[in-house]
Design a protein around this ligand. Structure first.
Ligand code: SF4
Length: 410
């Protein structure tokens, strides 16, 4: 088996520093468990339903008892057999559509089968997040991440239900309910917002802050060279980068900021540390998905490249199969290797060590496959360069406020 080894240099690796060794691949950071294939919302930008792949239509609506048990047994076994901790994330569609009994069986089963240091999380739109679910998650230490895009106006523009009604009021009511729970502050790991470049990042930031959540993360809208992300006029344009730079400036000026994972990662990477997030830096992230029918699949964001882009040819299943053994198969290793940026432009880019070439799903073009810079390359260069200049000014003895003052008067 092949293991990729990326060695960092101060300016980011070049082709010659990207090496392969013969060590067995035994690393999974995250197992996404698709407990339900449908969603109670119909967000306009959703990569599952609205980017051309309709594989979800042939999936069972919910995981069966047989699949749930296979997940409990085999993911639990994997956590004990590999040498690093992993996280299990209940995902969908909307994972709570599995229903209370199924979610209860899964989280209690995983809590018992996983190694003690494993993480258990759910990514939810929160519309169905009742007190009964919150009690269950509190008893089983399930971290809750909630999708919220910002102000009511921005959120309701895209995150609508099947009747076209916005979901902001229902989502923020669920966050309030969660934070009123005795374990709410411990359980709410953060808010996940998809960037709408036509919005005002300061308004979005301040609106997310009013919820009391300790941490936010921001995702770019999915897309690639064949299907440009909504809000991006052309690959060279910088709508998302401009938005993120304004967010960065506001974040750095805030005397009581929450954590913003993507910005914190970029700053850590510039300073020579490591990122925690897929999509920046050159860390290897082992992400495996278990679909509702029990099939083991690739990262589901790859659906956005072409129909079936998230599927393995051999269609391995967790039912009756051996998850851990499959992770050492040539097919899985080939998927794992997709993370490595293969575009010559990235391989010689001075920012490769920080940017990492972006997510594979955003690199896709019909002409070169995944061997492109991310379609957000110009945006990332702008953001990284803004972060570098703030850091360099700070290192010259100026506070962030002085930096900002100087900018305003320039
Ligand atoms: S995507 Fe762009 S900024 Fe990122 S490593 Fe590649 S060339 Fe550099």
């Amino acid at each position: 088996m092949t293991r990729l080894e990326l060695r960092r240099t101060t300016t980011g690796p070049t082709t010659s520093t990207i090496a392969r060794t013969g060590t067995a691949l035994q690393k999974v950071d995250t197992v996404l468990v698709k407990t339900a294939s449908r969603c109670n919302l119909n967000c306009t930008y959703c990569y599952v339903y609205n980017l051309g792949d309709d594989g979800w239509k042939s999936q069972p609506r919910r995981m069966s008892s047989e699949v749930l048990q296979a997940v409990i047994d085999q993911v639990g076994e994997l956590s004990h057999r590999q040498d690093q901790a992993l996280s299990v994330v209940l995902h969908g569609g909307e994972p709570l559509l599995l229903g209370f009994e199924g979610i209860e069986r899964l989280v209690e089963g995983l809590k018992a089968s996983l190694r003690e240091d494993a993480g258990l999380h759910i990514q939810t739109n929160a519309v169905l997040l009742s007190n009964k679910f919150i009690d269950l998650f509190a008893s089983n230490d399930v971290g809750i991440s909630i999708s919220l895009d910002g102000t009511a106006d921005i959120h309701d523009r895209n995150r609508v239900d099947r009747q076209g009604r916005g979901s902001y009021d229902r989502v923020t009511a669920a966050i309030t309910r969660l934070l009123a729970h005795p374990s709410g502050n411990r359980l709410l790991t953060g808010l996940l917002a998809v960037v709408d470049p036509s919005s005002d990042p300061v308004e979005v930031y301040e609106s997310l802050k009013t919820t009391g959540a300790p941490s936010f993360d921001f995702l770019y809208r999915d897309g690639n060279y064949a299907h440009l992300p909504f809000g991006k006029a052309q690959p060279e344009s910088i709508e998302f980068g401009t938005w993120m730079v304004r967010l960065l400036e506001h974040y750095l000026a805030d005397p009581s900021p929450p954590r913003i994972r993507v910005i914190d990662d970029i700053i850590r990477l510039i300073l020579g540390g490591s990122g925690q997030k897929e999509g920046v830096g050159l860390n290897e992230f082992g992400i495996v998905v278990i679909d509702t029918d029990g099939k083991i699949t690739r990262n589901d964001t790859l659906k956005g490249a072409y129909s079936g882009g998230d599927r393995f040819v051999s269609e391995p299943s967790i039912v009756g199969g051996r998850l851990r053994e499959y992770l050492n198969s040539a097919e899985f290793v080939e998927y794992f290797n997709l993370q490595i940026p293969t575009s010559p432009i990235c391989q010689t880019c001075p920012e490769l060590g920080v940017c990492g070439g972006g997510m594979p799903a955003h690199r896709w073009s019909e002409e070169h496959g995944y061997a492109n810079p991310t379609v957000f390359c110009a945006d990332q260069k702008l953001l990284i360069s803004a972060a570098r200049s703030r850091l360099s000014a700070a290192m010259n003895g100026m506070s962030f406020y002085e930096v900002l003052d100087r900018q305003v008067s320039a």
